[in-house]
Design a protein around this ligand. Structure first.
Ligand code: GLU
Length: 476
């Protein structure tokens, strides 16, 4: 990404890891054991398309098996390579440890531009890739559970699940071989929005602590905060939409492939997304101002910058011009190790990727549990909960009658109080709790240790400690 010679993505992740590990007291050799990727499988396979055989290259990397299954998305992009997949697999290990999702880290990728293919062609390619991985247990409910990532979504996950189940017809837990599936194919409510929702919950938790917001030179709540988002894909779109609709933040800039839109009065994420779907880019959007050199908008003054696209977009070539006092890494690895140092020196607070975008894998965890338990969350309790609440409401109303006061409960309160939680409410509650708890574990280290100046180092410390204790318990 960077024009200047910078370490690769994997080296960048290793540098950040090493910085954290130098502050820890791990037994000799354990540091190396945790850092390295256990295995990376490369597959080249042919698919007959448009009258010829086309060869594709894919990867599945397993970073750490301290817990199994290992977990992580499958990315479809021309930029996929071994280095990237390994960096992303390592981040998955730390991410899962930080949010206490009981998985090791993995990641996969296929070198492909999905926009070049028809749906039925993508299905053939995906099924063949899934076959190659499943036959080596690199897709398996108890060993390796992929999920969506850049360039993939519910549709691809449904194909993968079906392919695995065709190959393992008697596996009663077959659906748990992949997460991020559509609801009608064993998915869970709230998975599509989960990563964006997690970004929102992470920011809300950050703004609950005056001390923390003050470190970024900010104050108050998310209301009225100016937000620039890079990438209006699944993660960026949901984060922007939720922050504007629920928290009163103002989306002042959106950066996409073909340029950016800036508008101080606020950009409507839904309208802009519809425009992009219809026109292939942001150019020509009738509101705000179009900026051809989109990357420049990363340097625009704002309160919160949300890189939600590629890795390495904030690097040595632009870090010193980035003005945002708060960056939340919705993408994996958007800030290089070198840029991280420059930004830290400037006093910019970075909410790190392994925490910020962990909402996706958190809800994947819920989906996997749902698949293994073969029952939708809330199915047993919902009506019972409603009946118990009804008892309280009835009792209160009888009481008011007997006192002759005739007061009645506010209908809005009654409606909300009486409604038992369905799957979506439970998923959101679990996600909120996860994001809050993980933030608290990071900020504790950030505030209590004099040698820890930033949230990223704190996040690494918390997660490496968890991975290390799991290896220690295993006797390694
Ligand atoms: N691809 C997502 C990530 O990078 C989700 C992974 C998952 O749900 O397993 O975190």
């Amino acid at each position: 990404m960077s024009s200047i010679n910078e370490p690769s993505f994997r080296e960048s992740v290793d540098l950040m890891f090493n910085r954290a590990v130098s502050l820890m007291d791990l037994p000799p050799g354990l540091e190396e054991k945790i850092r390295v990727c256990n295995a990376t499988y490369t597959v080249r396979f042919g698919v007959r398309l448009r009258g010829e055989i086309r060869t594709f290259t894919g990867y599945r990397s397993v970073h750490s098996e301290h817990m199994e299954p290992v977990k992580g998305g499958i990315r479809y992009s021309m930029g996929v390579n071994q280095d990237e997949v390994e960096a992303l697999a390592a981040l998955m290990t730390y991410k899962c440890a930080l949010v206490e999702a009981p998985f090791g880290g993995s990641k996969g990728g296929l070198c492909i531009d999905p926009r070049e293919y028809e749906e039925h062609e993508l299905e053939l390619i995906t099924r063949r890739f899934a076959y190659e991985l499943a036959k080596r247990d690199l897709i398996n409910p108890s060993q390796n559970v992929p999920a969506p990532d850049m360039g993939t979504g519910e549709r691809e996950m449904a194909w993968i699940a079906d392919q695995y189940q065709r190959m393992n017809t008697t596996d009663i837990n077959g659906k748990a071989c992949v997460t991020g599936k559509p609801l009608n194919a064993g998915g869970i409510a709230g998975r599509v929005e989960a990563t964006g929702r997690g970004v929102q919950y992470a920011l809300r938790e950050f703004f609950r602590y005056e001390e923390d917001t003050a470190k970024a030179g900010l104050s108050g709540t998310l209301d009225g905060k100016r937000v620039v988002v890079q990438g209006l894909g699944n993660v960026g779109y949901h984060a922007a939409k939720f922050l504007a609709e629920d928290d009163g933040s103002v989306i002042t800039g959106v950066i996409e492939r073909d340029g950016a839109i800036v508008d101080d009065t606020g950009i409507n994420a839904d309208e802009l997304r519809n425009w992009i779907m219809a026109h292939g880019g942001v150019k020509g959007y009738p509101h705000g101002t179009y900026v051809e050199d989109g990357a420049k908008v990363l340097e625009q003054a704002c309160d919160i910058l949300i890189p939600a696209a590629l890795e390495g977009v904030i690097n040595l070539s632009n870090a010193d011009r980035v003005k945002a006092p708060l960056i939340i890494e919705a993408a994996n690895g958007p800030v290089t190790a070198g840029a991280d140092e420059i930004l830290r020196d400037k006093g910019c607070v970075i909410i790190p990727d392994m925490y910020a975008n962990a909402g996706g894998v958190t809800v994947s965890y819920f989906e996997w549990v749902k698949n293994l338990s073969h029952i939708r969350f809330g199915r047993m309790q919902r009506r019972q909960e409603e009946a118990r609440h009804q008892l309280v409401v009835d009792q209160l109303e009888t009481l008011s009658d007997s006192l002759g006061e005739k007061w009645s409960l506010d209908p809005m309160f009654k409606e909300q109080y009486l409604r038992g939680a369905g799957e979506l409410e439970l998923v959101r509650s679990g996600l909120d709790d996860t994001m809050r708890t993980a933030y608290q574990s990071m900020r504790k280290v950030w505030h209590e240790r004099d040698d820890v100046q930033d949230l990223r180092t704190a996040a690494y410390l918390v997660s490496i400690e968890k991975v290390a204790s799991s290896y220690r318990a295993k006797g390694l």
